[in-house]
Design a protein around this ligand. Structure first.
Ligand code: ADP
Length: 449
């Protein structure tokens, strides 16, 4: 039994507590038995004294001298064994039982109980002493003490053996769970610990461990899926860049042809850079806003900035971007680059999925409680079956309809909204258009005076 095991400590504690309890119990028994025996003896002595006194008073009225003494002696013989008695009166009257210096054993000096009484007779005063040896009481008590001393260690030893067996039995499932837990690693996270059907703390602990394993498994699955998807997405632009370069290098070409190839390669590298940046952002800010300092930000500025950034793209597709911004000066606590990325993802999608010569409306309404940014387009819309999934990473509604994105824009937008405590929502009707709404809660909003 290793000294640091619960099993060992339980047994030691059990033995200590039991020894203390038994010691206390024995001391109480010993003391109360002694008290009881001594009280009994005292009562007996008092009864003997009373009986002797009334006998003496009756006899002394009739007899005197040696005759009286022999009557008293005869009476005293009926007293309990090991008792003794003394009576002193006036004019040197003395009576001793057992007789002093006689054949009877001498009066014991150790371990005695005595009672003294004085009583009057005629004009005289008599002193009576009745005593008895307590030897037999102490012999009984000594026997009890020896019995207890011999029995207590034996009882403790038996109880410890039983306790050790019990605690080993109770803790056996812990060992089983421990060795099962040792075999679980990243490669077999789907395995679960055996749950002992005991209904106790151990069962609850194992169930908690199992639900933690389940969450870990889900997290690892998401991470590996993310890594797999990311590598898969990176392969396409890399292949485009490589084949573009290989084709350009295959034979000598005109400077214009090289320029064309390099422009293609640059465009693809730019898309890749964006993808890698988005991936990095998602990987870094997946769970916490750490490393994303929050400051008071004017959301109208952000929207205007994004509209300016995308003006060229909008012009290219002949799309009219309308801004409906609240005139109240409002500030939200946020991270400006991240918020820009959020609005950019929504407006960029609205432009991408609008029909040429369409219209995109970006509105911002502010109240004391809420700031709401709405991006509305009248484009192709999102099929109802896809709508619940569009915020998932790498999800593209319909590859044929997708405008060459990686399916990361909305998942980034959702992550950023979540880190700002904001709610993001999409409504869409196929072939009619979509409305994306981001709502910042009251604690994020500060309306300028
Ligand atoms: P992507 O880079 O492919 O646009 P997103 O995460 O931004 O990725 O969007 C996911 C999918 O949601 C898109 O592939 C597209 O099918 C659909 N989607 C997003 N915004 C719109 C929109 N405004 N109109 C129609 N479909 C949209």
């Amino acid at each position: 039994m290793p000294p640091r095991s619960i099993h060992f400590r339980l047994t030691v504690w059990y033995a200590c507590v039991l020894a203390a309890a038994l010691g206390l119990f024995s001391a109480m028994i010993w003391l109360s038995l002694r008290q009881q025996l001594v009280n009994d003896l005292d009562r007996e002595l008092a009864a003997s004294a009373t009986r002797f006194r009334s006998y003496f008073l009756r006899e002394a009225a009739m007899e005197s001298g040696n005759h009286l003494k022999s009557e008293l002696e005869e009476f005293s013989q009926a007293l309990p064994p090991s008792s003794y008695l003394e009576l002193r009166g006036p004019h040197g009257f003395e009576f001793h039982y057992p007789e002093r210096g006689g054949v009877n054993p001498t009066r014991p000096t150790r371990h005695v109980r005595e009672i003294r009484q004085s009583f009057p007779m005629a004009a005289d005063n008599f002193q009576l002493l009745v005593g008895a040896s307590t030897e037999s009481i102490y012999r009984t008590l000594e026997l009890l003490r020896l019995l207890l001393i011999a029995l207590i260690p034996a009882v403790i030893a038996i109880a410890c053996l039983g306790g050790a067996w019990l605690s080993r039995r109770a803790l056996r499932p812990v060992d089983e769970v421990t060795s099962a837990a040792r075999t679980i690693g990243i490669e077999n996270l789907s395995q679960r610990l055996p749950v002992p059907e005991t209904g106790d703390e151990l069962q609850r602990l194992t169930e908690v461990w199992n639900s933690m394993l389940q969450r870990l498994e889900a997290a690892v699955k998401t991470l590996s899926q993310f890594a797999a998807d990311a590598s898969h997405e990176l392969r396409t632009p890399l292949a485009v860049i490589r084949t573009g370069a290989e084709l350009a290098l295959r034979r000598a070409r005109s400077p214009e042809s090289y320029r064309e190839s390099l422009t293609e390669i640059e465009a693809e590298a730019q898309r890749m850079t964006q993808l890698v940046e988005d991936l990095l952002f998602l990987a870094r800010n997946n769970a916490s806003a750490e490393g994303m300092p929050m400051q008071p930000v004017d959301p109208c500025d952000i929207v205007r900035g994004v509209a300016a950034e995308l003006r060229e793209l909008a012009a290219l597709r002949n799309i009219d971007v309308q801004l409906n911004l609240s005139d109240r000066g409002v500030a939200i606590s946020g991270n400006a680059p991240a918020l820009r990325r959020l609005v950019l993802a929504l407006v960029d999608n609205a432009l991408k999925y609008s029909r040429p010569s369409g219209k995109v409306i970006v509105s911002l309404t502010a109240s004391e409680e809420l700031v709401t940014i709405t991006v509305r387009d009248f484009g192709i819309g999102i099929p109802a079956a896809d709508l619940p999934h569009i915020f998932q990473r790498f999800y593209r509604a319909d590859k044929a309809r997708s405008e060459g994105g990686y399916g990361l824009g909305l998942s980034l937008a959702a992550t950023i909204a979540q880190l700002h405590g904001a709610a993001i929502d999409a409504q869409s009707t196929e072939w009619e258009g979509s409305i994306f709404t981001v709502t910042f809660p009251s604690r994020q909003v500060r309306v300028a005076a």
